[in-house]
Every structure is written in C-alpha cells, then in structure tokens.
Design a protein around this ligand. Sequence first.
Ligand code: PSU
Ligand code: MN
Length: 358
Amino acid sequence: MPVPSSSSPASPDATAAYRRIASIASHVTLAYGIGTALTSSSSSAVRDVNRDAWAKVKLSDEVRRALRRGEPVVALESTIVAHGMPYPENLRTALEVEEVIRRCGATPATVAVVRGEPKVGLTRDELEDIARLGDRCAKASRRDLSHACGTGATAATTVSATMVLARAAGVDVFVTGGVGGVHRDGEHTMDVSADLIELGRTNVAVICAGVKSILDIPKTLEVLETQGATVCAYGTDEFPAFFTRRSGCAAPARVDSPEEAAAVIKSGLDLNLANGSVFAVPIPIEHEALGEKIESATRRALDEVEQRGILGRDVTPYILKRVAELTGGESLKANIALVKNNAAVGARIAVHLARLNR
Ligand code: PSU
Ligand code: MN
C-alpha cells in the first residue's frame, strides 16, 4: 500500500516530539480501520493498523471509549473556531455542534494541537482556550503539524491537519463548514489549499457545504479529480457553494441518504484506497435567501479587492470581513446554521458506517 512521501524515517537527533508527529504523518494511510481493528473484526477486508500512530495521538477518554466499542465518532476541526468566527460565537457554535452530534448518536472529537500534543477530542477548557485565542492561535495545515508539535505550540487544525490526526486515531468521518480550494487566479498564484492534496492522500470522509464562491469552484473540482478524491453532492446533482445551494457546477456523483454515503465510505475503506472523500451538503433552504444576499456582498468585495489591488494572503481575510460588514453579520448566522446542519448529516453517516463495520 502506498506510503506518503513524508515517510522518510526521523533522523536520530530529531527531538522526541518531532519523531512523534513524523511517525503519525508518515503512517497515516496505514492507520485506517484501527477503531474497528481494536474492537470487532471487519469481515470483508484486512486493514493495516499502525499502533504507533494510534498511541501517539492523544484521545479524550470519551473518544477512546467510543472507538474501542466500535461506536460512531465524528471529527471536527478547530481552525473554524479560532480563525473562522469571532469570540464568543465561535465557542458557543463549537459546543452546539458537539451537542448536535451527540443528539444524533455519535461522539464528537474536536481536533487541535494543545501545547505540542496532537489531540483528538478536546475538553471544554481546551476548546475555550482556542476560541479565546482566536487568530493569536497558529493555523496549522499538514505542513505545520510537526513544527507545532515539536515546539510545544497550541495550534488550530485546518481540514488537512484534522484529516491527518483523525486518520491516525481511526476516525473515518469529519464534519466542517467548507473546505479550502483553488483561489481565483490560482493558476498564476499557485494558491491551492493543502486540503485538496490531503483529500488525495488520506482516507477520511469530509462532510461540508462545498466551497465558498470566493474560490474558483470549477478549478477546485478539477484538482479534486486529479487527486482522486471522491466527491458526492448530498441530495442534489449540483456541487453546492457554501452560502448558496448552487454553484453552476455539476457534482461528479450524488448520494441521497446517510445510508448511501456510509456505503460509499465503507467501499473506499474496504478497497484500501488512500484517498478521502467530500460529501457536499447544500445549505438548508430556509437560509438560502440569506445566501443570495451574501453572494452579492461577495461579488462586491471581490470587485473591491481588484480595484484596491489587494493581493495574496490578504485577499481572503479582506473578503470575509467585508462580507460580514456588508451583510450586517448575517453571513455569520448562515455559517453557523450550515455547520450545524452538516453536523447532523455527518453524525447520521457515522452511525450508519459504524453499523456497516460491525
Ligand atoms: N472555508 C470556510 N471556513 C473556514 C475554512 C475554509 O468556509 O474556516 C478554513 C478551514 O480550516 C480550511 C482552511 O481547511 O480554512 C483552508 O485554508 P487555506 O485556504 O489557507 O488552505
Ligand atoms: Mn492558501
């Protein structure tokens, strides 16, 4: 089975912390199925297990117990908390999302690096620290994991880093708001989110509301195809665009129920595929009107970016801030609504997947 390019062994003089995370990152594609491997045996496939990675990621007691018993677990990212929403709405939303997942019968596992420790499942205090830190907290993609762990930093994990740690822990399903993508003009700037590359190399199912229209959605779908990531729209033929149900882009595939999504995920695991999957759930219809208002604010903000010559890493923060201003905070409300909706769908998918794995 293919091992990612980061698999070169840690040098003898590397710090213990560096070795710890290098081991996790390099064995991540070997780790899936570990939850079931430690509990019940899955009849249909022999899955490789990496016990080092399992041992090095710090699981909360609740998450460890659920995985041991083969119960459904849903990973959550922390960048959306630290960098995606202001305090205190971010903390309230993070706790509410965890509650939605519990009510739907699964165990939430929020992922972050806490003082150098890669954690799957945060305590309420750890979550609150990250929510309060906000953008004073580092934003860690796969690239940043070894540095954050090696230097004892506290870092919020993006979709890519959350996938790495979820896989190492044996968590198959991950819920978030939106994934990163190819930025407009990305063919020149090379600004392509690490999330897309991760989706090609780490087998975790990401339940989201598609990608924001501040990105180039057709090019994002092209890169996902090149990476071999499974992409399904949920209950629709069209790939959704975060604040709106429609993007004008046909989704490569469609599923219509949690059972169907779980069966797709199970097939990918049984086939030992390295790649992950995206299940793109459109924003609930009752928040769509809001969505169109946000779309027009986005178009205006993009025009302003061009007129003012704003470039590179300053583009996204500018647009997000302007959209929030132009909609009088309504973009935040829609964002919270769609994340909770994704949490309910993702938890139901995880429940069905746990049944299939029994
Ligand atoms: N898209 C959103 N909200 C977010 C993000 C993306 O609608 O909070 C975050 C996620 O953590 C995602 C990251 O993984 O931004 C992508 O960042 P970049 O474009 O720098 O790869
Ligand atoms: Mn980027």
